[in-house]
Ligand binder design. Structure first.
Ligand code: KIV
Ligand code: ZN
Length: 387
C-alpha cells in the first residue's frame, strides 16, 4: 500500500514484556496503554491473549480504556488461540487479530516439525478463522529473514488471498543486515501478487544492534508499518526502539518524506513511565531518551552550543519531551571557559571582569581535576577565593 504515512505498532506490552525479568500487571498495562494512546501510537499490541488469564484480562481492560488506537493481541495460528484473541480484543473501539507462524526451514523443521506445505495450509486456515471475527487481521511470518525467498513469496501471497490486511516479515533473531532486509521488502512488493494492496510490516530484533537500521531500511523499501517498543525493550537484546525510529523519520524527513502520528513531546514521558514500571533503567547514552542525549560536556561543544545549538544538536531536548533544560551543560575538567561562565550565570553569578572569571575558572579546573561530578556547593565555592 503506497502512502506517506507509516503506521506505528507498539509492542512494549507483548514483545517488550517478553524481556527476561519483565512482567506487567493489568493496571500497569492500562497506564502504559493510555500513555501510548496520547503518544499517537496507531496500533497497541497489548499482550498475548492465550498466554494467561491475566494477559487476557489485561488486553480486555486496555481495550475498554483506549479509544484512539487499535488494540491488538498476538495469537498462534491455532483455532483456540484465535477464538480467545477475538474475544479479548472484541470490546475495543478498534481491534486487530495478529497471527504468527514460522516460515523458515530451521523453525519449520525443528520447532514446528511440519512440512512447508502443511505450515502454509495452517497459515491460510488461521487467517480464514480470524476473518470470521475481524477484517483487521495481521499475519507474521516468523523468522521471515531466514526463510526461503520463493517459499516466503508463495506464503505471503496465500495469506493475503485468505484475507490478511497486514503482513509482517519479522527479523526474529536480529540476523538481517539493513540492505538485505530492505531488499526482502522490495522483493515481496515486486513479486507477490496483492502485496501492494496490503501493508507490509517490519519487526526487527536487536541481536546485532541493527534493529532500528533494519526497520528504517524496510520503510525506505516500502514497508508502511513498523513494530517497535519504548526504550527498545524486548526478547534478548530487544526490539527496534520506537523513539529512535520516529525521530529518525522526523529529523531526516528530507530523506524519507514520510510521516507518523506520533506526538514527540511524549517520548521522554513514555520512556520514563516504561522504565519505572519495568525497572529497566535507560542507559545514559541511549538516543533520544537517555539522560545524556542532549548534554554537552566538552569545552569546544559547549562553546558551539552557546553560540548556536545547531552546531552540536540535530533535535532539541524540548521536542522530545525533556522539560529540565539545564542538564544541557555538564561541567567537568573537559569544560571550557564559556560553558563555565554560562553555567555560573544560571546559578546566579555574573563575573564583573575577565580577570575575575579567569581566576574562578582556574579554581574550577583544579577542583574538577580532583572530583566528578561537582555539585552546586562545589561550583559556588569556585567563586570564592578561598576555594
Ligand atoms: O520476533 C518475532 O518474530 C515476533 C513474532 C511473534 C511476531 O515477535
Ligand atoms: Zn519479536
Amino acid at each position: 500500500m503506497s502512502s506517506n504515512q507509516v503506521i506505528i505498532l507498539d509492542t512494549t506490552m507483548r514483545d517488550g514484556e517478553q524481556s527476561p525479568g519483565v512482567s506487567m500487571s493489568l493496571n500497569e498495562k492500562v497506564e502504559i496503554a493510555l500513555m501510548l494512546e496520547k503518544l499517537g501510537v496507531d496500533v497497541i499490541e497489548a499482550g498475548f491473549a492465550a498466554a494467561s488469564e491475566g494477559d487476557f484480562a489485561a488486553i480486555q481492560a486496555v481495550g475498554r480504556a483506549v479509544k484512539d488506537s487499535t488494540i491488538c493481541s498476538l495469537s498462534r495460528a491455532v483455532e483456540r488461540d484465535i477464538d480467545l484473541t477475538a474475544e479479548a480484543v472484541g470490546g475495543a473501539a478498534m481491534s486487530r487479530i495478529h497471527i504468527v507462524l514460522s516460515t523458515s526451514p530451521i523453525h519449520m523443521q525443528h520447532k514446528l516439525r511440519m512440512a512447508p506445505e502443511q505450515v502454509l495450509e495452517q497459515g491460510v486456515l488461521a487467517v480464514k478463522r480470524a476473518r470470521r471475527y475481524s477484517d483487521n487481521v495481521e499475519f507474521s511470518c516468523e523468522d521471515a529473514s531466514r526463510s526461503d525467498l520463493d517459499f516466503l513469496c508463495r506464503f505471503v501471497e496465500a495469506v493475503i488471498a485468505a484475507g490478511a490486511s497486514t503482513v509482517s516479515l519479522p527479523d526474529t533473531v536480529g540476523y538481517a543486515l539493513p540492505q538485505e532486509y530492505g531488499n526482502l521488502i522490495s522483493h515481496l512488493l515486486n513479486h507477490v501478487p496483492g502485496a501492494d494492496k496490503v501493508v507490509l510490516s517490519a519487526h526487527c530484533h536487536n541481536d546485532l544492534g541493527m534493529a532500528v537500521a533494519n526497520s528504517l531500511s524496510a520503510i525506505k523499501a516500502g514497508a508502511r508499518q513498523v513494530e517497535c517498543t519504548i526504550n527498545g525493550i524486548g526478547e534478548r537484546a530487544g526490539n527496534a526502539a520506537l523513539e529512535e525510529i520516529v525521530m529518525a523519520l522526523r529529523t531526516r524527513q528530507n530523506h524519507f518524506g514520510l510521516q507518523t502520528r506520533i506526538q514527540p513531546q511524549y517520548l521522554v514521558p513514555a520512556s520514563q513511565l516504561v522504565s519505572g514500571i519495568t525497572g529497566f533503567q535507560v542507559q545514559p547514552n541511549k538516543a533520544i531518551v537517555g539522560r545524556n542525549a542532549f548534554s554537552h560536556q566538552s569545552g569546544i561543544h559547549q562553546d558551539g552550543m552557546l553560540k548556536n545549538p545547531s552546531t552540536y544538536q540535530i533535535m532539541t531536548a524540548a521536542d522530545v519531551g525533556w522539560t529540565n533544560a539545564p542538564h544541557m551543560l555538564v561541567l567537568s575538567k573537559h569544560s571550557g571557559r564559556n560553558g563555565y561562565r554560562e553555567y555560573m550565570r544560571q546559578l546566579g553569578f555574573e563575573f564583573s571582569s575577565d580577570r575575575e572569571l579567569d581566576e574562578a575558572f582556574l579554581r574550577f579546573k583544579r577542583m574538577a581535576d580532583q572530583k566528578f561530578p561537582l555539585d552546586e556547593a562545589d561550583l559556588r565555592a569556585t567563586v570564592s577565593k578561598a576555594a
